[in-house]
Design a protein around this ligand. Structure first.
Ligand code: PEP
Length: 243
């Protein structure tokens, strides 16, 4: 089967204000329009602004959604609200949600079902902590997170997997190409029923390591945190994936 187009997604996390978001979006208009799928995931409060001036070629995504459809859930945002706002994608199971909000595999699976129900593509994050890697549990942890997420609504096109070793997120430490290849091969094997499903790498992707990572076997793109907040860096990563 032919490899899918690379997918480069920026996770802006809890960053930015109206002025900086406007500037970043304006700078991203320079993105190449050649064979790469691109997505940006701003904070909820910047979705409307981002949607109104979304640079050509970009999808709009959110960073989380509720498992509930609607109702008395103060502070939560439903998948259908995101869809209504113009989102096509939603990140679920990010390690910061798993860690700071104690999100379990079970809750993440419920959120995935809600997102699929509303027609959103889920970018599901999986990844091990440093202790788990050092104690030889990396593959077992990632397999557990992945298997728990392979709910009946999952298809090869409505779900994208992002392998993000927790110790590489925001730390400047990047997984070695060998570690990435090994884990992505394991993930691909687990996904054998879903031919063509994309597997992204995330964890300190920068312009100087993007080309090598993006062209490793079974790597179909990147989930980018810090570097997606700087237009020149994000554009360079997109360029590296487009080659
Ligand atoms: C992330 O938060 O998904 C991420 C990969 O962050 P960074 O690129 O900053 O490591």
């Amino acid at each position: 089967m032919e490899s899918p187009r690379k997918f480069i997604c920026g996770n802006w996390k809890m960053n930015g204000d109206i002025t900086s978001v406007q500037t970043l979006l304006s700078d991203l208009r320079a993105a190449p329009q050649k064979g790469v799928d691109m997505c940006i995931c701003p904070a909820f409060v910047h979705l409307s602004l981002t949607q109104s001036v979304l640079p050509e070629g970009f999808f709009l995504g959110a960073q989380d959604c509720s498992a509930q459809q609607n109702g008395a859930f103060t502070g939560d945002i439903s998948a259908s609200m995101l869809k209504d706002m113009g989102c096509s994608h939603v990140i679920l199971g990010h390690s910061e949600r798993r860690h700071y909000h104690a999100e379990t595999d079970e809750l993440i699976a419920s959120k995935m079902a809600a997102a699929h129900d509303s027609g959103l593509v889920v970018i599901l994050c999986v990844g091990e902590t440093l202790t788990e890697r050092e104690t030889g549990q990396a593959e077992a942890i990632v397999s557990r997170q992945l298997k728990a997420a392979l709910i009946p609504s999952v298809t090869a096109t409505n779900t994208i997997i992002a392998y993000e070793p927790v110790w590489a997120i925001g730390t400047g430490k990047v997984a070695s190409r060998q570690d990435v290849e090994t884990m992505h091969a394991t993930i691909r094997k687990t996904l054998d029923k879903y031919a063509g499903m994309r597997i992204l790498y995330g964890g300190s992707v920068k312009p100087d390591n993007a080309a090598e990572l993006m062209h490793a076997p079974n790597v179909d793109g990147a989930l980018v945190g810090g570097a997606s907040l700087k237009a020149d860096q994000f554009l360079a990563i997109i360029e590296a994936a487009a080659v």
